[in-house]
Structures are given as C-alpha cells and as structure tokens.
Design a binder for this molecule. Structure first.
Ligand code: CA
Length: 232
C-alpha cells in the first residue's frame, strides 16, 4: 500500500480523487493548502505527493520548490496548463511527472503507479541498489548511497542531476542523445522538452566546474547529444 498525500483545495476534486485512489488500494491523506502539505511531508513523509499547482496560499512553482527543499519525495503535479514552457518549468522545479486538468482518473492512477515504480529509491531491492560504485576519471558515483564525488570532493547534486550523471557515467565514451535522456532519465518516452535536458546539463556542468566552451567531462556532440568522457 502506497501512502499518498493529495494536495488539492477543490473539495469536489479532492473527494473524487480520494475515492478513486482508495479504491485502487492506496492510503490517501489530503490537505487543501501548500503550507500544511509541507508540514505533512516533514512530519510523516508519504511515498508520493499529488500536488495541485493552483493552491490558495502559495504559487504552484513556489510550493513545488519549497517541497523540494525539504524532501526528495516523488511529486506528480496536477496543472491546468499544458503549454511546453509550463511543463518545462514544472519539471525543472522538481516534479517527477505531471497530469493536465481535466484528466481521467485512470490516467492519474497510471502516472502514480509509474512514478512509484521507478522512484522506489535507493532503499528498494533491485538491480540499481546492488550496483557497485562507478568511476570515470576523477568522478566516482555510488548508486546505492546516491553519492558522487569529483577528485575526492563531494558533489551536491539534485536527484535528477544524480540520475543524469549516473546514466552518462554508465555510458562513458558513448554519445547519448537527448531523446535517450528524456526516455531513461526523465521517463518521458514521447519527448518534446529537449530544453529541459540542456538546462540540466548546464547545471551539471556548473557543479563539475566546467563550461560548454571548456568541457572536461561533458562533451556536447552537435546535433547528436552529449558524451561523458574523462579528461586525459
Ligand atoms: Ca486548485
């Protein structure tokens, strides 16, 4: 049974979602405001947060960023806006997935299941947690501990940055396309938001102390993708 926290101020939608999700076997706690959601997440962390972006007390993106600041809990955002810029903003603010209103309850349940499946996390049994440390030059990644160091110094990476670096280190020396990254790191097989990948690569570069003009590890291959290879 997954513990879900539903953050939704519309009582009718909240009631309908609680009914559907409970029927599907989830345990659902709900709250109508962002600030009380932050408190919930801190005090008794759920397995997943379903977050409406239109809440009365905080702007949606602000709520998402504050949530991300206190927790790595998977977040599925419910938004009324489906233009690409809004979706990129949602994903860059740390959402794991999104559902656009109005939505079918079947869709929301499928998104929740998919996010829970892949976000089972470092504690879950599975291939990823048994994978040993990976090295590429001065980069050392420990997938089980979710830790990365560069030349012995710890890297402070977001979950997404870690997953991105992990995927690239596993394929060191190969060119990886944006589409591959969207599929395997963002779990968006239908793609569309290439800019999201570029933005995260530039953030990762900054943390690795390099730039696109003077790369050390992350080499852009124009029109194809990106390749991780250690400086020789
Ligand atoms: Ca709302």
């Amino acid at each position: 049974v997954a513990q879900l926290l539903l953050v939704e101020d519309d009582a009718a939608i909240r009631g309908a979602l609680i009914r559907v999700l409970t029927e599907r076997g989830h345990a659902v706690t709900s709250t109508p405001s962002a600030l009380s959601a932050l408190q919930h997440v801190t005090e008794s962390p759920p397995d997943l947060v379903l977050l409406d972006l239109g809440l009365p007390d905080l702007g949606g993106y602000e709520a998402l960023r504050m949530l991300r600041a206190v927790s790595t809990v998977p977040v599925v955002v419910v938004t009324a806006r489906d233009d690409e810029a809004s979706i990129i903003q949602v994903l860059d603010a740390g959402a794991d997935d999104y559902v656009v209103k109005p939505f079918g309850t079947g869709q929301i349940e499928a998104r929740i299941r998919a996010v829970l499946r892949r976000g089972a996390g470092p504690g879950a049994a599975g291939a990823a947690s048994q994978e040993g440390p990976l090295r590429a030059g001065g980069l050392l990644l420990d997938p089980a501990a979710h830790e990365a160091t560069l030349d012995g110094a710890p890297l402070d990476l977001s979950r997404r940055e870690f997953d991105l670096l992990h995927y690239l280190v596993q394929r060191a020396g190969q060119v990886v396309s944006r589409r591959d990254l969207l599929t395997h790191v963002w779990h968006l097989p239908y793609g569309g938001a290439d800019k999201t990948v570029d933005v995260h690569i530039s953030w990762l570069r900054r943390k690795l102390g390099e730039t696109a003009q003077e790369p050390r590890y992350l080499h852009t291959v124009r029109g194809v993708g990106v390749k991780l290879s250690p400086p020789s």
